[in-house]
Design a protein around this ligand. Structure first.
Ligand SMILES: [Zn+2]
Length: 61
């Protein structure tokens, strides 16, 4: 049983924000993570934040 809230980093061309699995959207300063902003627990659901950094998809040729 998971007691974590998954936070996913969203990196569009023009915006940078984090989206939580419980439906919260949060903007941090550019390129910083929730933990770098001393956020350990999700402010909405109270679970511990599990960070999933944005990764560019690798194109194979
Ligand atoms: Zn949450």
């Amino acid at each position: 049983m998971m007691d974590m809230c998954n936070w996913r980093e969203i990196d569009d061309n023009w915006s940078h924000y984090w989206e939580s699995e419980c439906g919260l959207v949060w903007c941090f300063n550019e390129d910083s993570t929730p933990s770098e902003n001393e956020m350990v627990y999700c402010p909405k659901c109270g679970k511990k934040i599990s960070e999933h950094k944005f990764e560019f998809e690798q194109e194979e040729e």
